[in-house]
Design a protein around this ligand. Structure first.
Ligand code: XMP
Length: 513
């Protein structure tokens, strides 16, 4: 495997994606919390960083030992850091070097750059630049502005590149990553979905033995794929349940439950609508609603888990809690940037009462989202579940602005159903990262026939995104929007106006609350 040391760059996860795309396993670790390396480690990549090597608190690592024992590739800050500490000189650049550039000189004889043509486009994003390198450094690529665009330290397996091979604007970036990972480090390209499934099921069998596992499913991709893996490993000793909090899409509860049963999972549906509605009655503050939903979920979970425990044979106890945690969640929680500001308190099945003391088992904690989809495909998970848009845990609770009532949920379910069905029928659904309908806490005047109406407004939202961190609103065709708007206003009693959300993230967020 490859170890990526994270110095805090916004691109670190992209480096990991690039390595994984080569079917090579890699792990990201913060520079200040590096685990002991076992003998599966074949090479190390130093990421970029928002720091300058000149800053007093700039990230430091024990680079000499790493350079001695492993091939090392420094990217951007990583390259500057190694250059500066080896006797070179890094200075703030006079001109801002940000964006596309072309490699005017490339040493194609060098292993790292073999197969990279001159003129190859690369992506630059740096404030400092490497001005001087020591005599044992060979400059192996330059652009018109950056003489040291890449270097190799002679007699070692250490390389530095000033540009970002992980960004798609670096046209041959993947070749550079492959040269390093496969040719220089000697990694084998056998990290595939099939291999992952086989290995994980075997590991789960060993780890769990005859133990029982409890798991709450959400109908989403991650929890479903995690459950199917666990089910392959321990069969019906996995006890799943799926909660209807009354904030799901139209017919979603039954459909998802049916498809879980169809997949052979040992699943129970829990109808907790009334409990959620009564706790939410009259509450309109978004954070308070989120907290109520989170807390109510724990109550329901607790109740369901107790019931499962009660039904187990004498002397048998479920000791594990299965979760669909994926790699970005793991990285986020150990990020070197420390905790970021709480924009929204996200709801996940994390906060269990202490007394339950279940051990957590997370079979997907090393995977990125699209890898989870690939694993799901290998496991023959229902394609409609694999292709589903993300849906927030608190569901319509945060898509109904203001207080939540059963009647508002009904109105929103109808409107949302028309919207999503039209997206599917027009072929747009699969081109969109996430779409949904938002119930606005305003009424507006309209006219239907000869009658004045004074009814509610819904907003339609559709965004494109890679990971939900940033998002652009989708330019849906006017004809399609017109059709959806007509259908909603004509068929959903209580709505006389439909608007389309044309805000991107940032500065807006995907959800309205
Ligand atoms: P925002 O609104 O923060 O959403 O731009 C980013 C992504 O996260 C989803 N989201 C949630 N998912 N629990 C979840 O499981 C939550 O509380 C939650 N809030 C937002 C949102 O749907 C989008 O995909």
């Amino acid at each position: 495997k490859i170890i990526i040391l994270d110095f805090g760059s916004q691109y670190t996860q992209l480096i990991a994606r690039r390595v994984r795309d080569l079917n090579v396993y890699c792990e990201i670790h913060p520079f200040n919390n590096i685990p002991a390396f076992d003998d599966t480690v074949k090479g190390i990549i130093f990421s970029g960083s928002p720091y300058s090597v000149w800053q007093e608190d700039a990230p430091q690592v024990d680079y000499a030992a790493m350079m001695r024992d492993y091939p090392v590739l420094g990217v951007c800050y990583g390259a500057q850091y190694l250059a500066q500490h080896s006797g070179g000189e890094v200075l703030p650049s006079e001109i801002r070097e940000y964006g596309r550039a072309n490699l005017l000189y490339v040493d194609q004889e060098n292993e790292l750059l073999s197969g990279i043509p001159t003129q190859s486009q690369v992506w630059m994003s740096h404030g400092d630049t490497i001005k001087e390198v020591p005599s044992n450094f060979r400059v192996i690529a330059s652009t018109d502005k950056v003489r040291v665009a890449a270097y190799h330290i002679e007699g070692t397996r250490t390389y530095g590149i000033q540009f970002h091979p992980e960004v798609t604007h670096s046209t041959d970036g993947q070749v550079v990553v492959k040269n390093f990972v496969v040719n220089i480090c000697g990694c084998t390209q056998d990290w595939t979905a099939d291999a992952f499934v086989e290995m994980t099921i075997a590991d789960l069998k060993t780890q769990l033995g005859d133990d029982h596992v409890i798991m709450a499913l959400s109908g989403g991709v991650d929890s479903t794929v995690a459950a199917v893996l666990l089910h392959h490993a321990i069969g019906d000793k996995l006890h799943c349940f799926f909660v209807d909090h009354g904030l799901l899409r139209k017919n979603e509860f039954q459909q998802v439950l049916d498809s879980y049963e169809h997949m052979g999972l040992n699943i129970k549906g829990v109808n907790a609508k009334d409990q959620f509605y009564s706790k939410l009655a009259g509450v309109s503050d978004p954070e308070q609603k989120r907290k109520i939903i989170g807390a109510s979920f724990i109550d329901v979970f607790d109740e369901a888990a107790k019931q499962i425990q009660a039904e187990l044979p004498e002397g048998v106890e479920a000791k594990w809690l299965g979760q669909g945690t994926i790699y970005p969640d793991v990285i986020e929680s150990i990020s070197v940037n420390g905790p970021s500001a709480t924009i929204k308190s996200h709801h996940n099945v994390g906060g269990l009462p202490d007394y339950m003391k279940l051990n957590v088992i997370e079979p997907l904690r090393t995977l990125f989202k699209d890898e989870v989809r690939r694993v799901g495909k290998t496991l023959e998970v229902d394609p409609t579940i694999l292709g589903r848009h993300p849906f927030p845990g608190p569901g319509f609770g945060i898509r109904i602005l203001g207080d939540v009532t059963a009647e508002k949920v009904r109105i929103l379910q109808e409107a949302d159903d028309i919207y999503i069905r039209n997206l599917r029928e027009s072929g747009w659904y699969d081109k969109i990262w996430q779409a949904g309908t938002i119930f606005l806490p305003v009424q507006s005047v309209g006219v239907m026939g000869d009658e004045r109406t004074y009814e509610h407004v819904v907003a339609l939202r559709a965004v494109g995104s890679l990971d939900g961190m940033t998002a652009d609103w989708i330019h849906l065709p006017y004809d399609l929007l017109a059709k959806i708007s007509n259908e909603i206003i004509n068929h959903v009693k209580g709505i006389n106006r439909v608007v389309y959300d044309i805000s991107s993230k940032p500065p807006a967020t995907i959800e309205w609350e």
